[in-house]
Design a protein around this ligand. Structure first.
Ligand code: SF4
Length: 435
């Protein structure tokens, strides 16, 4: 039977979808490229925003209407965090949470036999172990992901994740090494270590994130290692010193800020202040040449006054981000912030988001211009039909080679490239030599 997957949300969900594809392929199912061929749909849900929930439900309704005979599986964060609501979604024939994914092919096989509706969501306990999962390859991407961490116990007041993913837990180092060796053997040169709260990797194992990074950097065939989003707490100066000794570790850090105003950071239950953030950025820049810092910023958190927003804006401008994702605060039922008085109106949130966006796109332009004249090893990814080669520098600047260089695909190849110009969201380069 043919299965088609829909993924909502973050890199961890994408990793888990890839993992489910492998599990279903091993169980004899065919992963289809298009939804028209599918007999079974798997919706891997995210529940970070209520808007995301609405989109997911709309998609479920559309699928049931268009393919009434198909089996629909709803899995992931939404059923895990909101069991009662998920249970009422009648379009879903099977409902599971974020636990026990390896059982999903068997659950689907049973449903095919008896056609009984199945709801199987088990709750996390505080001392949950990391659920074994490993991917062998990402056929459509040069870059491969390894989920090394799951769960979060920080309880930021706006965030539903601790309720949908449980407490911190980490993949054992030996499993990470084994997975990374398989990915290298499959031809991947670049690995991205990912997790729900990556900075806390190892807290349950007596290890630190840097231990995992050192382990994968030692693997032959892997030429680059990246970190996905990290939280500012837990990264110490000693960690940064150890990170900077690793030639394969890319100097790009997506360091979540959320707000540059200390009053708002406290209300968000973030565990750092703007001064700590600034010191961390300085330490990274001191230790990594051509370091780029990107971030996420939320605007319109409850009780964020004009003055608080101005502080956040001024702080964000002072950092010089290479890129920032701006999110207007979205009220999430089940979190403390949703119950806070002084919610900010949509109009004000929109205005603040636009102001922050404008400032951050100026920062982005400055960053891109500062790359002109530099030479970087670029790992090439997809290639367009018109012969334009696209790739990324170690600091995650997208580079396009506009002049025709070769008729051959450069996909998964490393070349030295000189940056000669910029466009809106990328740099233009020319190839100087082979890596
Ligand atoms: S650190 Fe905060 S925002 Fe990030 S997953 Fe944990 S609770 Fe959510």
């Amino acid at each position: 039977m043919n299965i088609y997957f829909f993924t909502f949300g973050c890199k961890v969900n994408l990793y888990e979808t890839e993992n489910m594809k492998e599990l279903f392929s091993e169980a004899g199912y065919t992963v289809s490229e298009t939804e028209q061929e599918a007999d079974i749909f798997i919706i891997n849900s995210c529940t970070v925003t209520e808007n995301g929930d609405k989109k997911m439900k709309k998609e479920l309704r559309r699928l049931k209407r268009t393919y009434p005979e198909c089996i629909i599986v709803l899995t992931g964060c939404f059923p895990q965090a909101f069991y009662d609501k998920a249970e009422q979604i009648r379009e879903a024939d099977i409902i599971t949470g974020t636990k026990n994914r390896s059982m999903l092919p068997a659950i689907v096989s049973n449903h095919i036999k008896d056609r009984k509706r199945t709801v199987n969501v088990s709750q996390y306990n505080r001392k949950e172990a990391f659920e074994s999962c490993s991917n062998k390859g990402y056929w459509n991407n040069t870059r491969a992901f390894i989920k090394i961490q799951d769960g979060c116990g920080m309880f930021c007041t706006y965030c539903i994740i601790p309720y949908s993913r449980g407490n911190f837990r980490s993949k054992p180092l030996d499993d990470i090494i084994h997975e990374a060796e398989n990915l290298a053997a499959a031809g991947h040169k670049e690995l991205v270590l990912t997790g729900i709260n990556l900075s806390f990797y190892g807290i349950d194992l007596g290890k630190r994130l840097v231990d995992a990074v050192e382990a994968v950097c030692r693997i032959n065939g892997i030429e680059r290692v990246r970190l996905s989003s990290i939280e500012p707490e837990m990264i110490t100066y000693e960690d940064i010193k150890r990170f900077s000794a690793l030639e394969k570790l890319c100097p790009h850090f997506h360091l979540s800020l959320q707000s540059g105003c200390d009053k708002t950071l406290r209300a968000m239950n973030r565990h750092y202040l703007s001064e700590d953030y600034e010191k961390l950025v300085s330490a990274l820049r001191e230790n990594f040449t051509d370091c780029s810092i990107t971030t996420d910023i939320m605007v319109g958190f409850p009780d964020e006054t004009d003055n608080d927003f101005q502080q956040s804006l001024d702080f964000a401008k002072s950092i010089g981000f290479a890129k920032a994702h701006i999110f207007p605060y979205s009220r999430r039922k089940g979190t403390p912030a949703a119950e806070m008085p002084d919610q900010i109106s949509q109009d004000i949130k929109r205005r603040r988001a636009a102001e922050m966006e404008e400032a951050m796109s100026e920062s982005r332009e400055k960053f891109l211009s500062s790359q002109i004249g530099k030479v970087f090893p670029v790992l090439f990814e997809r290639e367009k039909q018109d012969g334009i080669h696209n790739g990324y520098t170690p600091n995650y600047t997208k580079v396009k080679i506009l002049t025709k260089y070769s008729d051959k695909s450069l996909r998964n190849e490393l070349f030295y490239v000189k940056i000669i110009g910029t466009e809106k969201d990328f740099c233009i380069g020319e190839i100087v030599s082979n890596h």
